[in-house]
Design a protein around this ligand. Structure first.
Ligand SMILES: C[S@@+](CC[C@H](N)C(=O)[O-])C[C@H]1O[C@@H](n2cnc3c(N)ncnc32)[C@H](O)[C@@H]1O
Length: 292
């Protein structure tokens, strides 16, 4: 990921969420403000990505899109809905437990920090300079009168590993904090992920709650693994953390995190399919974890 680049993987997450939530059953999982947020995000993506905003309004285009996506990488579409939905459920549980600060790593076009800024949380987003600037301009233009998250630009690399946790940081080390790493660690090398986990553990007085996704590519059939990696490469990005779930769990625990919750694709799929009556599958090897 280059610092001066628009993240297409982030853009396609927003596009997929927007497309599926044109369908009432999927829409019912989210507040209207969230639906509205992604509507605006997709409408304002640079050309030609913004074309999805128009075309995905049509039922026949959505059907075609879903059919082709399912052929290429089955379960990719529903896993986006699932992660956006379940992360919210986890945050709401943590809210009841007194958590009031959220830091979103590699925020992309995600709405969480903005959404929870309206609900009394102090929120921060971290992303590469180009994405941070783009998001700030988007919020200034479309939500001038709302509370905004603090958007911090940082391109984390093996040579530049520091999170914005210095003495002048506005991230309060004494507040109960939720760290979101949704579709983020996968793009970083193992040493860097390890370093980030270490910094998070060191900075906060109380161990923060870390909500992270993980893609265990080894659980995918070979041709779908290829589709996944190629899809990411085609848009100029690269998956770098090739860990199975046991290795990923070990990475968390060896850096002082205790895994409190883990959802796998079957559990998520059966709950979600029942809730909204879809027969779309969820990407094999997809995990959502909450650790402290
Ligand atoms: C796959 S997108 C996920 C976006 C968002 N978390 C979501 O799930 O909707 C990955 C995000 O991480 C950011 N990112 C990737 N590598 C990064 C790095 N080295 N430093 C900072 N941000 C990075 C990208 O710019 C992008 O916005």
């Amino acid at each position: 990921m280059k610092p001066d680049q628009l993240s297409k993987t982030a853009a396609f997450i927003a596009i997929k969420l927007y497309g599926l939530t044109r369908i009432p059953a999927f829409q019912s999982l989210f507040d209207d403000s969230v639906i509205n947020f992604y509507d605006r995000v997709v409408q304002n993506l640079p050309f030609p990505l913004n074309y999805y905003h128009y075309w995905l309004k049509f039922n026949w285009v959505r059907r075609l899109y879903i059919w082709s996506e399912e052929l290429f990488l089955p379960g990719d579409l529903l896993h986006i809905i699932a992660r956006k939905y379940y992360i919210r459920q986890l945050i709401n549980e943590l809210k009841d437990d007194g958590y009031r600060q959220i830091v979103v790593l590699g925020a992309g076009f995600d709405d969480l920090a903005f959404t929870y800024s309206q609900k009394g949380f102090s929120c921060f987003e971290i992303d590469v300079p180009h994405m941070a600037k783009y998001k700030q301009q988007f919020l200034n233009k479309h939500y001038p009168d709302s509370n905004h998250p603090d958007i911090i630009n940082a391109h984390l690399t093996n040579n530049q590993q520091k999170l914005p946790f210095g003495s002048s940081s506005t991230i309060n080390r004494d507040k109960k904090t939720i760290i979101i790493a949704e579709g983020f660690f996968d793009y970083l090398q193992t040493d860097l992920v390890e370093n980030i986990l270490h910094q998070i553990k060191q900075y906060f007085s109380d161990s923060p709650a870390l909500i992270s996704t993980h893609f265990a590519l080894n659980e995918l059939p070979l041709h779908h693994r290829w589709s996944f990696k190629t899809g990411v490469k085609t848009v100029g990005e690269e998956l770098k953390l090739h860990y199975n779930i046991t290795q990923f769990r070990k990475l968390l625990t060896s850096n002082g995190f205790i895994i409190k919750k883990q959802f796998d694709h079957q559990t998520i799929a059966s709950k979600l399919q029942q809730k909204i009556g879809t027969d779309l599958p969820i990407l094999q090897g997809f995990y959502l974890l909450m650790s402290k």
